[in-house]
Design a binder for this molecule. Structure first.
Ligand code: AMP
Length: 280
């Protein structure tokens, strides 16, 4: 496994492989890797000749009052995990090489980025699409892997790829959960024991949504109300949003019929967590 910090060197090596007809699978991450990330890596390993993982805590996708500085970083352990999963190349760029002085080119997907997480994090997706487009441009992957955990992100990336005719296939992999069903996230490390217990309300409410739907409830308002009650029963929980939306357009669904996304963002104390399920 080779570790690259330099864009040119990584590009040169990938170019060499591509000329030999090798396929490249790519997993972009912000590091502090867990089984969620590794599920994407394993899938890439199955699909492609060469697996590239990027580890970059992207400052541009964090708001001014968000956790860019505190975001957990553990490069040594990440590299060991990558190696164990059969990764060929890890790209660990510095902030200056991704954002050279005078950087002023941003990519924005309109509409889809305005609701859900975009409502409270107004520049977040602009930062995500900008960095992902740049990473695609550097890595030239045949397939890139994203997690359903960040449902809106995956939808936005797919839109970007379609709109700009980027020559990459996007694969979205299922949410990997802890034993107690909490969706794995690097940010779970912020949760102390008590918050962690309260965080269980997120997936409990999603489970309740699924059960209500299975029993015949189609009215989104009623399902959301039940979810809200379950979450607000926790003392430190503050709901950012709970939505029931079309999984492609992210438009609100009032009466559930086809495939539908139930998504939420909740703060437990200072920690903002997201999770979702797909109905149907
Ligand atoms: P991050 O490092 O948080 O930017 O995540 C990198 C990629 O891993 C994104 O595509 C995430 O959606 C995906 N990911 C993060 N957590 C999970 C999880 N629990 N299950 C599946 N994929 C995940």
């Amino acid at each position: 496994m080779k570790v690259y910090r330099d864009i040119r060197l990584l590009r040169r090596e990938i170019g060499r492989l591509k000329r030999k007809g090798k396929t490249v699978g790519f997993v972009p991450t912000m590091g502090f890797l867990h089984e969620g990330h590794l599920s994407l890596v394993r899938r890439a390993r199955k699909d492609s000749d060469c697996v590239v993982v990027s580890i970059f805590v992207n400052p541009v996708q964090f708001g001014p009052n968000e956790d860019f500085k505190e975001y957990p970083r553990e490069l040594k352990k990440d590299l060991a995990l990558c190696k164990r999963c059969g990764v060929d190349m890890v790209f660990v760029p510095g902030v200056r090489s991704m954002y050279p002085e005078g950087f002023s080119t941003y990519l924005n997907v309109e509409g889809l980025t305005e609701g859900l997480c975009g409502a409270k994090r107004p520049r977040h997706f602009r930062g995500v699409t900008t960095v992902v487009a740049k990473l695609f441009n550097i890595v030239s992957p045949d397939i890139a892997y994203f997690g359903q955990k960040d449902a809106q992100q995956a939808i936005v990336i797919k839109r970007m790829v379609k709109d700009l005719a980027l020559p990459v296939k996007i694969k979205v992999m299922p949410i990997v959960r802890e034993k107690d069903d909490l969706a794995m996230s690097s940010r779970n490390t912020y949760l102390d024991r008590d918050s962690r217990k309260q965080a269980a309300s997120l997936h409990k409410s999603l489970k309740a949504a699924r059960e209500l739907y299975k029993k015949g409830e189609k009215d989104s308002k009623k399902i959301i109300s039940r979810m809200r009650n379950l979450i607000l029963a926790e003392k430190d929980a503050e709901i950012d949003y709970i939505v029931i939306v079309d999984p492609e357009t992210l438009m609100d669904v009032k009466k559930i019929s086809g495939k539908t996304l139930v998504a939420l963002a909740v703060r437990i104390g200072k920690t903002r967590l997201i999770d979702n399920v797909i109905l149907n």
